[in-house]
Every structure is written in structure tokens, then in C-alpha cells.
Design a protein around this ligand. Structure first.
Ligand code: UD1
Ligand code: CA
Length: 457
């Protein structure tokens, strides 16, 4: 089927109900423009060509979609869905089956589309939906034997027709030759003065064609997005689908409504998510990884057995086996933790390698730093990597111990086994096994008088 399939995606409308300066089809669902979801569905069907009809914000839409293999068709004036499809027809081969999709209907599944396209070999086929609230949608008109006759838009319908709850989803498939035959014959003498795509169905029926129809799996699958409420319904449905799929794969999710994946996630066995976790970009979690509540993971890999505790924010980082992160840790791009390392609460890291079993347990900033194995960094340690102009590097050898509240001024090397006394500002190399202390010596003053409370005045 696929070698004969072409897809036309309508995306020229303004989307005024979004009340946004962003073209509607670029509003994101799970972090990707709605239109990108529809293009992906078309690609996974193996369509030989994907035509996208753009109008409002055309340049912005093209730019946002990047280098995707799309034939862009400009519809200068939005004269209706029939007119929109007609603009793409010169690029479509006569022998193709054409599937018409919408840039603002992003949850459509390839399963439904495959079934629909198979029904459109000799005549158009329509995807319908049975809804409780048909207001605003095109109604499916059938004869007494159930044969589909035509689609009537809300504004053109009689009161009797408005009671019909079987509606047009907009999605249809048709032989290209049928579109080429019937679309030019569609007129605009209706209440909206538009060229309606579904009018081809009535024309085909009059020529004796039989229109097959097919019901969508659920109302949400064909939910169009016209405002931000519908955008949210679609987002929640998409996230729910992803969480369900994860659970089927053996991942534990504390609350199906409180895990948001905006990108791709790969999980090993026995991964668990507590509530309110956000995943962005490409994230990979090994076997037995647990992610605590309120964590954000962006383009990060976490290896087997590691634990990410509550309120941690990790970006472009690699967490080794059995590491422990957080609660309240911030790992900025380039944070690499070796097996069994530990980064505790209120620690910020950036471009830092933390060696095997090393620990930074509390309240530190570690930037541009290379750390060996078995290092212990005391509470309140700051690596001063920036002199206001340049960034420099700090190297800590294996087994180094940095006492609490120290400042390590880069560029700096502290060789293996060396020790830094608490409260030191270290600016020069500390050699192997040396002790560096750079704070004022303690003085104890005997007979010192405590201040006393002043009286009077
Ligand atoms: C359309 C259908 C209706 C169906 C409903 C489902 C028509 C005439 N009616 O109505 O039967 O129940 O969808 O949601 O087809 N577009 C263009 N260029 C245009 C006009 C529209 O690209 O000139 C795009 C819009 O951006 C939008 C989509 O086509 O994404 C649907 O157009 P819209 O005008 O919203 O049609 P509806 O009134 O929703
Ligand atoms: Ca619409």
C-alpha cells in the first residue's frame, strides 16, 4: 500500500481561538509541534510524499519544521478545506491513494489510518466518530439502509439533521483521480461561502460510488485543537498513552497523570517513577533506577541501580551505576558521575567528572572540575572556576579530602591523597599527601569582656 500512498496535511488556518502569535500547528504537544506529530504519523505509514498546505504563518511553520522531507504548498487565501486540498493536487500522482490529515489533529494513530487507506481503493472513504456533543461538526447523512449520502455542515444543516450524532472527523482517504475529478466541481454556495472538502462525497455518491466509512477508536483520537483547553485535553491524553505504554513495558509509575515525557525515554527493568517527574529530550534509564518526586531529567543517561532523589534537576549528564543524586541536586550539562558516586542536597555541578565512589554531600558548587576516585568534598565547598573573564579547571586526585567551607581557586591541582583544612582558600598546587591550610590561625584572648547592655538614653 505504502508505495502508492500520498498524504496531504491541512495547516493553513489561523487558529484565532488560540489567541497566540504562534501559528496553531506549532503549539507543542509533548514538547513537539502538533504538526510534527502528524508528519510522523504520515512517515510511519510509509507515504511516498507528504504535502503540507500552509497559509497563516507559512514561513514560521516551514522554518520550525526544519529539514523534514515535506512538499510545502501555499494556500494564499483560506477558502475552505476543499480549496486547500485542491492546491496540493498538481503535485499528486494520478495512481496514488491520498490521505487527508490535519495539522491540528495530532493524536491520530497509524492503525486507524492504515485501515482507512485500505478502504479507499475505488472510492473515497471517511473516518467518522460518534460523539455526544456534535455541535459545530459536519453531520453524516445516510439513507434508510445506512448508505452514506453526504456530509452537511452545522451551519447548513436542518434542525432534524443537527440531531445526528455521527460526525465527520475531517480525515478521509480517496483515490487521487477521484479528488482530481470531484474537487474542481465543488462550489461554495453554502452558508460559509467556502469550498467544502466533504462535498466530494455527495458528488461521488451521485455518480454511483459507494462511500465506506470507518469509526475512529475514540473521540480523543480525532480531537481537533482549536483552543488551549482542547490543546490541554490532547496533551493529557498523549501523556496518559505514554505512561500506559511504559507500565506495560514493566515500569512503575506512581501516578499516571503526573509523569510528563516530552521526548524519548528508554527504560531498563524495574524502573520506578514517583510523582511529578518531567522527562525532556532523550533520556535513558538503566535497570533498577528510581526517580523521586518532582525531578526533571533532560538529555541524560542514568545507569543501573542509581537513585535520583526528590527535587533534582539533571541536564546533559551521565550518572553511573549505583550513584545517588539529591535530594535537591542540580546537575548542569557535562556532569559525569562514576560508579557509586554521591552528590547530595544543594549541590550544583557543571562540566565536572566525579570519580568512582567520590562524595559531594552538601551545599557545594563544582564547575570545570576533574575529580579522581574516593574524593570527599566537604559542605560549602566552592570551586571558583571563573575570574570574570576566563573559565579554568580544577583537578582533584584520588583520595583527596577537601574540608568544609573551602574555596578552590582555578586553575588548580590538588594531588592525590592531599588534604585541605576546613575554611581554606586554596590558590596554589597542593602536592601528594600534603595538608593545605590557608586560614588565619586561631587566637584565644584571655580575660575578654562580653559586651553588656547599655542603660539610660
Ligand atoms: C471541518 C469539516 C467538518 C468536520 C470538522 C472536524 C469541512 C468543510 N468541514 O470543519 O465536516 O466535522 O472539520 O473537525 O471540511 N484549513 C485550511 N485551509 C482552509 C480551510 C481550512 O488549511 O482554507 C484547515 C484548517 O487549518 C483546519 C482544518 O483545515 O486545521 C479544518 O478547517 P476548519 O475550517 O476548522 O473546518 P471545520 O469547520 O472544523
Ligand atoms: Ca476545526
Amino acid at each position: 500500500m505504502s508505495e502508492n500512498l500520498e498524504v496531504i496535511i491541512l495547516a493553513a488556518g489561523q487558529g484565532s481561538r488560540m489567541k497566540s502569535s504562534l501559528p496553531k500547528v506549532l503549539h507543542p504537544v509533548a514538547g513537539r509541534p502538533m504538526l510534527a506529530h502528524v508528519v510522523s504519523a504520515a512517515q510511519s505509514l510509509g507515504a511516498k510524499a507528504i504535502h503540507v498546505v500552509v497559509g497563516h504563518g507559512a514561513e514560521q511553520v516551514k522554518e520550525a519544521m526544519g529539514a523534514t522531507d515535506i512538499n510545502w504548498v501555499l494556500q494564499e487565501e483560506q477558502l475552505g478545506t476543499g480549496h486547500a486540498v485542491l492546491q496540493a493536487m498538481p503535485s499528486v500522482c494520478d495512481g496514488s491513494t491520498v490521505l487527508v490529515l490535519y495539522g491540528d489533529v495530532p493524536l491520530i494513530t497509524t492503525r486507524t489510518l492504515t485501515s482507512l487507506a485500505l478502504k479507499a481503493k475505488a472510492a473515497p472513504a471517511l473516518l467518522t466518530s460518534a460523539v455526544k456533543e456534535p455541535f459545530g461538526l459536519g453531520r453524516i447523512i445516510r439513507d434508510e439502509r445506512g448508505k452514506l449520502l453526504e456530509v452537511v455542515e452545522e451551519k447548513d444543516a436542518t434542525n432534524e439533521q443537527r440531531c445526528i450524532c455521527e460526525v465527520n472527523t475531517g480525515v478521509l482517504a480517496a483515490p487521487a483521480v477521484d479528488l482530481k475529478t470531484y474537487l474542481p466541481r465543488v462550489g461554495n454556495s453554502n452558508k460559509q461561502g467556502e469550498y467544502y472538502l466533504p462535498d466530494i462525497l455527495g458528488l461521488a455518491v451521485k455518480e454511483g460510488k459507494n462511500i465506506e466509512s470507518f469509526a475512529a477508536m475514540s473521540e480523543l483520537e480525532v480531537q481537533g485543537v482549536n483552543d488551549r483547553l482542547q490543546l490541554n485535553q490532547v496533551e493529557r491524553e498523549f501523556q496518559r498513552r505514554q505512561a500506559e505504554e511504559l507500565m506495560r513495558q514493566g515500569v512503575s509509575v506512581a501516578d499516571i497523570n503526573r509523569l510528563d515525557i516530552r521526548g524519548s525515554l528508554r527504560c531498563g527493568k524495574d524502573v520506578t517513577f514517583d510523582v511529578n517527574v518531567v522527562i525532556e529530550g532523550s533520556v535513558e534509564l538503566g535497570n533498577g533506577v528510581s526517580v523521586g518526586p518532582n525531578c526533571v531529567l533532560i538529555d541524560t543517561r542514568v545507569e543501573d541501580g542509581a537513585q535520583i532523589h526528590a527535587f533534582s534537576h539533571l541536564q546533559e549528564s551521565i550518572i553511573g551505576k549505583n550513584c545517588s543524586v539529591g535530594p535537591y541536586a542540580r546537575l548542569r550539562p557535562g556532569s559525569l558521575m562514576d560508579e557509586g558516586a554521591k552528590v547530595g542536597n544543594f549541590v550544583e555541578m557543571k562540566k565536572a567528572n566525579v570519580g568512582k565512589g567520590s562524595k559531594i554531600n552538601h551545599l557545594s558548587y563544582i564547575g570545570d572540575c576533574e575529580m579522581g576516585a574516593g574524593v570527599n568534598v566537604g559542605a560549602g565547598t566552592i570551586v571558583c572556576n571563573y575570574d570574570g573573564v576566563n573559565k579554568s579547571k580544577t583537578v582533584l586526585g584520588d583520595g583527596v579530602f577537601v574540608g568544609s567551607n573551602s574555596t578552590l581557586v582555578a586553575p588548580l591541582t590538588i594531588e592525590q591523597g592531599a588534604f585541605v583544612g576546613a575554611g581554606s582558600a586554596v590558590t596554589r598546587t597542593v602536592e601528594e599527601n600534603e595538608l593545605a591550610v590557608s586560614r588565619a590561625r586561631q587566637k584565644n584572648i584571655q580575660g575578654w569582656q562580653r559586651p553588656t547592655k547599655k542603660t539610660g538614653e
